[in-house]
Design a protein around this ligand. Structure first.
Ligand SMILES: Nc1ncnc2c1ncn2[C@@H]1O[C@H](COP(=O)(O)OP(=O)(O)OP(=O)(O)O)[C@@H](O)[C@H]1O
Ligand SMILES: [Mg+2]
Length: 246
């Protein structure tokens, strides 16, 4: 590709088309240009998805491949197909993932979040204690409105491990504001590590806790994870058969 042609591509913001020119066979003018532009578009889309996945901040890359959905009890009105098709995000509905330790709640929330990214959706994953710290820090630094504006642009907010750490009054109020802003406008996947009835131990304030839970569970699908801990099951299998690394 000549320098002149590269410069035109840059000016037109078409990126570097040179690698695609090499890949496409010439049959006629229109087919040649169409195939080059199709490859450029596909690469742009791949880069965009990579950016969305990076921005989501997943703690590990978990997918739905090989994930067993059978032990999860779904509520009426939500089929497994609807769950994995991410219909709930378009409907601005929430998911509440309830279950004992190691039953796959975090895995499912990441896998659904990752799939949402591949559909071009904006997602952010937080351990709730980390979001609380980030909100308080942003408030101290005077960047809170920038952060809340960014959160308000998400299609899906994932709040993992609600309940492990008691939250300060200020952090609880800031979390409440984030959840209120999401209400009926964005989807949230929440994984409480504490029964809802004891959330006031974390958020401190009975009325605020009640208002928070009310907003979360209105338009929420409640998924119950039964069965035992996968971590425990895997450790047990390894102990019985040291060659089994799964
Ligand atoms: N249904 C499943 N299919 C395949 N792997 C699973 C499944 N559920 C859990 N795992 C695996 O088991 C491990 C524990 O799962 P995960 O961390 O999602 O559990 P959790 O319910 O979030 O636990 P905790 O309450 O302790 O946070 C992970 O490595 C995960 O990939
Ligand atoms: Mg978890």
């Amino acid at each position: 590709m000549s320098e002149q042609l590269k410069a035109y591509c840059r000016q037109l913001r078409l990126g570097n088309l040179a690698p695609f020119v090499e890949q496409v066979d010439y049959l006629d003018k229109e087919q040649f240009i169409t195939e080059i532009l199709a490859l450029a578009l596909k690469q742009r889309e791949t880069e965009r998805i990579k950016g969305l996945v990076r921005a989501a901040g997943f703690p590990s890359p978990k997918t739905l491949d090989g994930y067993e959905l059978e032990p999860i009890t779904l509520p009426h009105g939500l089929t497994r197909e609807q769950l994995v098709s991410l219909d709930f995000i378009d409907q601005k509905e929430n998911l509440l993932l309830l279950g004992a330790v190691g039953t796959g709640k975090t895995h499912l929330s990441i896998a659904l979040g990752l799939k949402a990214c591949t559909q071009g959706k904006k997602v952010k994953f937080y351990r709730t204690a980390d979001l609380a710290t980030t909100l308080v820090d942003a408030w101290k630094l005077g960047t809170l409105s920038k952060l809340t504006r960014a959160l308000a642009k998400l299609d899906l907010l994932i709040l993992d491990e609600v309940g492990y750490v008691p939250t300060s009054k200020q952090a609880a109020e800031l979390l409440f504001t984030v959840i209120s802003t999401c209400y009926e406008k964005q989807s949230i996947i929440v994984t409480p590590n504490l029964e809802l009835g004891r959330w006031n131990k974390v958020f401190g304030h009975d009325r605020l806790t009640a208002a928070l839970i009310d907003r979360l569970i209105h338009h929420a699908h409640i998924l119950s994870f039964s069965g035992g801990s996968y971590r425990f099951g895997q450790a047990l299998r390894r102990a019985r058969n040291p060659e089994d690394q799964q």
